[in-house]
Design a protein around this ligand. Structure first.
Ligand code: SF4
Ligand code: SF4
Length: 124
């Protein structure tokens, strides 16, 4: 089961997870062109080896260890993680559109500081 990045990454995006991932499956990296405009980072589900290194590295608890453990309020972001690096011409735009829709539909979460947002996931 792949690990999944969720919305506390929005507004944080510090790349701490990228630095510890042994298989370079978290994107965009800071040296990639999409980094500046990406709303958050994404884990490629087929490249992730489930090592767990990224979870303690994330300062805002944005990463869940499976699709199943991802809270209901964050489930749409599972698809965004999966889409971002498919290589299809519109994949990045589609992933970003999902994230922007998530932001628009969860003003209550976006109003919370990223440091405290994960704690609110189970209540939303
Ligand atoms: S679980 Fe391991 S392989 Fe998967 S994204 Fe995190 S650090 Fe990378
Ligand atoms: S460590 Fe967490 S907040 Fe930082 S880029 Fe990775 S998922 Fe986003």
């Amino acid at each position: 089961m792949p690990f999944v990045i969720t919305d506390p990454c929005i507004g944080t995006k510090d790349s701490a997870c990228v630095d510890v991932c042994p298989v370079d499956c978290i994107h965009p990296r800071k040296d990639e062109p999409e980094f500046d405009t990406a709303t958050m980072l994404y884990i490629h589900p087929e490249e992730c080896i489930d090592c767990g290194a990224c979870v303690p590295a994330c300062p805002v608890a944005a990463i869940y260890d499976s699709v199943e453990s991802t809270p209901a309020s964050q489930k749409t972001l599972v698809e965004a993680n999966a889409l971002f690096r498919t290589g299809e011409p519109d994949a990045v735009a589609k992933a970003e559109a999902i994230v922007k829709s998530h932001v628009a539909s969860h003003p209550e979460l976006m109003a919370i500081d990223p440091n405290d947002r994960a704690a609110a996931h189970l209540k939303s």
